[in-house]
Design a protein. Structure first.
Length: 278
């Protein structure tokens, strides 16, 4: 039983940043350019150590607002658990910042932990084991469409949503959307954490990837593309720019990659057949 896990069961699943959570920011005093004393909100980051059954997997730096979602999403996106695995419990120890995911199926991950690929994620991202082998086998069809007006509407809606970024800065956001509607908005000090929290939320709330779009505030890197492909979401939009490897991987998987989406402007570098100019 998932006794320690909070699962949101709203019919219309909308999750926004909780800007009033006192654990996510702290007031810090300092000085401005005129050497006048000021007080401002600064983002908290904490280490979170993840165990899968009895195996320690990784220690992540995170704002730690949804440790259960982050843990499950990380394991899914690293292929350490599959969408067919049964999770028997998720236990989070607040005092020591440890989260333990227990599954019915037991596995040994020593080989997978040794084989890793360094990606361009924040603070040097990593993908383990057979993720790149899985990536190579995936290629999206062109059946899902994206209307250009949805790009503008999503950008405006997400930019105007109250967020930790607007309150304190120094944070990335990732939003799961459907057509022109934002559904799940997660933030974290690393955009890979934000996307993993969405993956965990989707899995635990049984949300499929059909007709979904990712919107991110961060760069369109190799890691963002790999995670989107693993999660089977074929459209990624960002207000930021690209990396070459991110573009090359997107084209290989036929993923629609849109960057520099601000106002009525954007740049499309992959998957143009899905975009409808009507």
């Amino acid at each position: 039983m998932l006794s320690n896990l909070i699962i949101l069961k709203q019919k219309k699943m909308i999750l926004k940043p909780n800007i009033n959570n006192p654990k996510l920011t702290r007031k810090i005093s300092g000085y401005d350019q005129e050497m006048k004393k000021i007080s401002l909100d600064v983002v908290e980051e904490q280490p979170l150590t993840l165990f899968l059954n009895s195996q320690e997997i990784v220690t992540m730096m995170t704002i730690n607002d949804y440790p259960e979602f982050l843990a499950v999403g990380y394991l899914l996106n690293q292929n350490m658990i599959s969408r067919n695995d049964e999770i028997t419990s998720i236990e989070y120890e607040d005092e020591i910042n440890v989260v333990v995911v227990r599954t019915k199926k037991k596995s040994n991950f020593e080989k997978k932990l040794k084989k890793k690929t360094i990606t361009s994620g924040c603070a040097q991202g990593t993908v383990f084991g057979d993720i790149m082998e899985i990536f190579e086998k995936k290629k999206f069809k062109d059946n899902q469409k994206l209307k250009i007006e949805w790009i503008y509407e999503l950008s405006k809606s997400i930019t105007l949503t109250p967020s930790i970024y607007l309150k304190a800065g120094a944070i990335h956001g990732c939003v799961l959307c459907e057509k022109n509607t934002p559904l799940i908005y997660m933030e974290d000090v690393g955009r890979h954490n934000a996307i993993d929290k969405i993956a965990g939320y989707m899995f635990l709330n049984k949300i499929n990837s059909n007709n979904k779009i990712f919107y991110t505030t961060g760069r369109l890197t190799s890691e963002m593309v790999i995670k989107s492909v693993i999660m089977e979401i074929p459209i990624v939009i960002s207000r930021s720019g690209f990396t070459v490897w991110g573009v090359e991987l997107a084209r290989k998987a036929n993923l629609t990659l849109i960057g520099r989406a601000k106002g009525k402007k954007f740049t499309l570098l992959s998957g143009e057949k899905r975009v409808e100019n009507k």
